[in-house]
Design a protein around this ligand. Structure first.
Ligand SMILES: Cc1cc2nc3c(=O)[nH]c(=O)nc-3n(C[C@H](O)[C@H](O)[C@H](O)COP(=O)(O)OP(=O)(O)OC[C@H]3O[C@@H](n4cnc5c(N)ncnc54)[C@H](O)[C@@H]3O)c2cc1C
Length: 453
């Protein structure tokens, strides 16, 4: 049946929901308080550079082994613009050197202790712990736990802290000791759930994944993720209303009234694709427990600084996609993406484009620095790590409260939120990064299934 659907939030989740609603012939409006669509996806120019293209200021790629974004990109006629990274070679900064991440590995978990032994990343004792842990028969993981609780006994502390936490903790500017393994690293959770030898479970899984999906693990979009946002906004046309902050939801005889400073919107169904604190505020009058759960979900603060410098202004060959920094190495940066090496569309043949991240839930130093102090500190770290000698042009993109922190039991809490909404506020759906996955495929999937189940 044709319904009136109001979607609150024009991040990737809300835009995907809007597109899906339109496809099904519903009457839809997508409201966002900002004056631009995209939320945490932004592709913009770095002023003062002569780069002939804008650059992603946050997400620059997405998992291609999940079908949601690739499918959406194809529907929007952008299939020809999908690009794979030019390299998968990546490094860790450990003990004053960039060291290649040992291969093969699954989400930072190395499968070959011998490759770790030659990497200089951990001590001999660390390699011995890894060897013993990977091959030990373990009881199957039942339910959820933190990544640290599951992996420390299977890999040893050193490997966990130097190889796994920088990747899994880093993805959400958090800490892998607190991250739900089911919600934050489902592949590892599935391998642990089988029990037995962890290395064998991971190898089996890797073989199955390869057989199921050919092609690259990650994709980007030529010209940046902003093109996906533009294409979605274009399909929505006047149904996308920017500068519309939603201030409340009232139940009415006709369903729901969505209040904004620019007037109300009537809806049979409302999809809230807003960050957790906003969703909590809007549903609190009807679902106080769900609102409380959402308020308790923490967010990580991250900053991404784009550095553009002439290629000869860096002595390192930048042959790879970049490097991660374990927390015990004392740097402010948590990662550095060699963006112009990783993506062909960010390589003008003249400049190196680096995207440097900082910030973790337990390291908020960057928040105490003025933008020029932050740039100065990261410039110094680039001098040490990749031999930056040139004069970079930079753009600082702070992403405050941007990355939801999934603690163990996260999906059970999402189920409880859904159940309370269904019972006490039928017609309202909570969706987006704070619920069932923060990567772009999960957000697109959630947005679409909020409409079509
Ligand atoms: C630095 C960084 C790098 C990332 N890198 C990657 C990556 O490489 N790959 C990947 O897959 N993912 C990445 N992510 C994660 C991913 O980008 C996000 O999880 C995702 O974009 C969130 O989308 P969303 O639609 O759920 O929420 P948001 O993008 O937060 O959208 C919510 C929208 O709601 C609007 N809003 C808020 N309050 C109101 C209100 N009262 N009324 C109306 N509108 C309102 C906001 O303006 C916003 O537009 C990254 C995230 C960050 C921060």
């Amino acid at each position: 049946m044709n319904q009136r659907i109001v979607i609150v939030g024009a991040g990737i989740t809300g835009l995907a929901a809007g597109h899906e609603a339109q496809r099904h012939g519903h009457e839809v409006v997508v409201l966002d308080r900002a004056e631009r669509a995209g939320g945490k996806i932004a592709t913009e120019t770095v002023e003062g550079t002569h780069l002939p293209f804008p650059v992603d200021l946050a997400a620059d790629g997405f998992l291609a082994r999940r079908p949601e974004v690739v499918g959406l990109v194809e529907e929007l006629g952008l299939a020809g613009e999908l690009v794979a990274p030019r390299t998968s070679r990546a490094f860790l900064w450990v003990d004053g050197q960039l060291r290649a991440i040992p291969s093969p590995s699954v989400l930072g978990v190395p499968l070959e202790p011998d490759a770790v032994a030659g990497s200089g990343l951990v001590s001999e004792a660390g390699v011995a712990e890894l060897r013993a842990g990977l091959t030990r028969d373990a009881a199957p993981l039942l339910g959820d736990a933190s990544v640290g609780e599951v992996l420390r006994p299977r890999l040893g502390d050193e490997v966990f802290e130097r190889l796994v936490d920088p990747l899994l903790g880093g993805i959400n500017a958090g800490n892998a000791d607190q991250l739900s393994i089911v919600a934050g690293a489902p592949q590892l959770a599935a391998a642990a759930a089988t029990g037995g030898r962890f290395d064998e479970a991971l190898r089996r899984q890797a073989t199955e994944a390869q057989a199921a999906a050919a092609g690259p693990v990650f994709n980007g979009i030529r010209g940046g993720n902003g093109r996906l946002i533009e294409a979605l906004a274009a399909t929505l046309g006047p149904n996308l209303r920017l500068g519309h902050e939603v201030t409340g939801l009232q139940r009415s005889a006709e369903g729901w009234t969505v209040a904004t400073a620019r007037g109300p919107f009537t809806a049979d169904r409302v999809v809230l694709a807003t960050p957790a604190p906003v969703t909590a505020r809007l549903i609190e009058p009807y679902c106080p427990t769900a609102a409380h759960t959402l308020t308790e979900l923490g967010y990580g603060d991250a900053v991404l600084v784009t550095f553009v410098v002439e290629r000869e202004g860096i002595t390192h060959d930048l042959d790879g996609s970049g490097f991660l920094v374990p927390r015990d190495q004392g740097l402010l940066m948590t990662a550095c993406s060699w963006t112009s090496s990783k993506w062909e569309h960010y390589d003008d043949g003249v400049h190196a484009v680096l995207r440097v991240s900082a910030g973790r839930t337990d390291d908020q130093r960057w928040l105490t620095l003025a933008p020029d102090e932050l740039v100065a500190a990261l410039t110094e770290e680039l001098r040490v790590t990749v031999g930056l000698t040139g004069q970079p042009i930079t753009r600082v993109s702070p992403w405050r409260q941007s990355l939801p922190q999934y603690r163990p039991g996260h999906f059970e809490r999402c189920d409880a939120i859904d159940a309370e909404l269904a019972e006490r506020a039928p017609g309202i759906t909570a969706s987006g990064a704070q619920m069932r996955g923060l990567g772009l495929p999960a957000c697109v999937g959630q947005g679409r299934s909020a409409i079509s189940g």
